[in-house]
Design a protein around this ligand. Structure first.
Ligand code: GLN
Length: 484
């Protein structure tokens, strides 16, 4: 049952092979059985899940259901969920019960989906390995001594081990795609502004974007249909009706022009990962795609630029955690300043503190022009690089990550090396472009991700390529041993 696609699960519900309550129970039992090994959930909402499933069953019986009605999912613990703890992976919000639903959560509910729980994540989505979570590291089901990637590592690990059919994630610099790659699942970061950020706890507002993580492109397209759309409560939401993302999946990719990023196939890329991608390129070529080399000349600047912009924005966004309105409050404050200082000192973890300090520095008078302003100028050059590339090709392809999953603890003492895990994904956030990672094979038995980048609002095209690739390969159908 757990290896079924969403379309198959939906069919089973309609054919009365099982009810949504039974389906939900089944996944809750899998979580109970396996998540002690993975730590991919922070909260499991057993009771409300079964209640939601019972309602879904009524709708199904009355013939009032849509394709996702009664299908279970998990939300990254960064989406506010009314009446349910929303921790953002931080001690700061360990006691926070959200008083409202994020738009994404609201939309999934309206579609009749059933929330199994909230997934673990790097603290405030800051990390590439899920080791900065207050709730402990998440494990990669392909090898529990390795990281699942971050920051949506709980979602990608839970999907990879089939503890949930699908999950939501967020991506500020790679946090949907990098963990999807390391866990061998399919994840998509939409065009900036396609999915509402209302109720998504902010890390870096000009980069953050929610998106789906699932087993395959079709499942991801189905959830994206629900998640996306204009929201007047998000001032950066794009004012237009999104297309049906499943509409193009079955189109032939014959004649499609795919650009290979020269700068991403170099020494920094692990030779075994590179070999896997060479094979994928050949397979896509056989399916009719035409490859050509392209250049993104400023791509080497994307990591340093990101770590100025994202940190500047996070220092501002996280100033709201002051121990007064919500979140952790220190005991017995002496005065207001003591309350601020100790609440923040106690509530935030080391990585978050590092970023707030650096971010405050780059935004400070005297340094703003040298760092933040300069970074914004280079951000524009990075977008221009993509614009030029998309004049030559329809889609861009490369590796999602330079290596496969690394050992837990391997990079925690070396933030710069950790930051380089997102070297291939970050530029898309800076430019606001849609991109996805799909399973492309294995290197030393660990999953390798293939990265597809589309032009603005061209999600349907990258989903089309992903789906076509998944018709000729079965990497996305492989399951980690021990989670049967
Ligand atoms: N790993 C990157 C960071 O730590 C990206 C995180 C994200 O996309 N949320 O900032």
């Amino acid at each position: 049952m757990h290896t079924k696609t969403i379309t198959e699960l939906a069919l089973g519900l309609r054919q009365r092979e099982y009810s949504s309550v039974e389906l939900t129970q089944y996944f809750l039992e899998r979580i109970a059985k396996y998540d002690n090994q993975l730590n991919s959930f922070i909260t499991v909402t057993n009771d409300s899940a079964l209640a939601e499933a019972a309602v879904a069953d009524k709708h199904l019986a009355a013939g009032e259901a849509n394709i996702l009605t009664g299908i279970p999912l998990a939300h990254k613990d960064l989406f506010c969920t009314n009446g349910v703890k929303t921790s953002c992976g931080s001690k700061m919000l360990d006691n926070f019960i959200a008083p409202y639903d994020a738009t994404v959560v609201e939309k999934c509910k309206a579609a009749g989906m059933v929330m199994l729980g909230k997934t673990n994540m790097d603290e405030f989505a800051m990390g590439s390995s899920n080791e900065t979570s207050f709730y402990g590291p998440v494990k990669n089901p392909w090898d529990i001594n390795t990281v699942p990637g971050g920051s949506s590592g709980g979602s990608s690990s839970a999907v990879a081990a089939s503890l949930t059919p699908i999950a939501t994630g967020t991506d500020t610099g790679g946090s949907i795609r990098q963990p999807s790659a390391l866990c061998g699942v399919t994840g998509l970061k939409p065009t900036y502004g396609s999915v509402s950020r209302y109720g998504m706890i902010a890390f870096a507002s000009s980069l953050d974007q929610g998106g789906p993580i699932g087993h395959n492109a079709e499942d991801v397209a189905l959830l994206l249909n629900v998640m996306s759309g204009f929201d007047k409560r998000d001032s950066t939401s794009i004012e237009q009706t999104p297309p049906d993302y499943t509409a193009n999946l079955t189109k032939s990719i014959k004649g499609l022009k795919i650009g290979l990023i020269k700068e991403h196939f170099n020494d920094g890329l692990d030779a075994k990962v590179s070999k896997v991608l060479d094979k994928s390129i050949k397979e896509l070529e056989q399916a009719g795609a035409i490859f050509q080399e392209i250049s993104l000349p400023h791509s080497h600047l994307s990591v340093p630029i990101y770590y100025i912009i994202a940190l500047g924005e996070c220092s501002s966004n996280l100033s709201r955690y002051d121990g007064v309105r919500f979140g952790h409050r220190c005991a017995d404050p002496q005065d207001l300043l003591d309350l601020y200082k100790r609440s923040r000192a106690e509530g935030f973890g080391a990585e978050v503190k590092r970023r707030i300090m650096l971010g405050t520095y780059v935004l400070s008078a005297g340094y703003y022009d040298a760092y933040y302003l300069k970074a914004q100028q280079i951000r524009r050059l990075i977008s221009e690089d993509f614009k030029a590339a998309f004049n030559q090709v329809d889609v861009i392809l490369g590796p999602t990550t330079p290596t496969t999953a690394f050992a837990i603890g391997a990079k925690m003492d070396d933030p710069i090396t950790m930051y380089l895990s997102d070297i291939y994904t970050i530029a898309c956030n800076l430019a606001g472009l849609p991109a996805m990672s799909i399973p492309a094979g294995f290197a030393d038995n660990m999953p390798v991700g293939l990265h597809l980048v589309g032009n603005y609002l061209d999600e349907a095209r990258i989903l089309n390529i992903a789906h076509q690739y998944q018709q000729i390969t079965d990497w996305h159908k492989q399951n980690p041993v021990g989670f049967d």
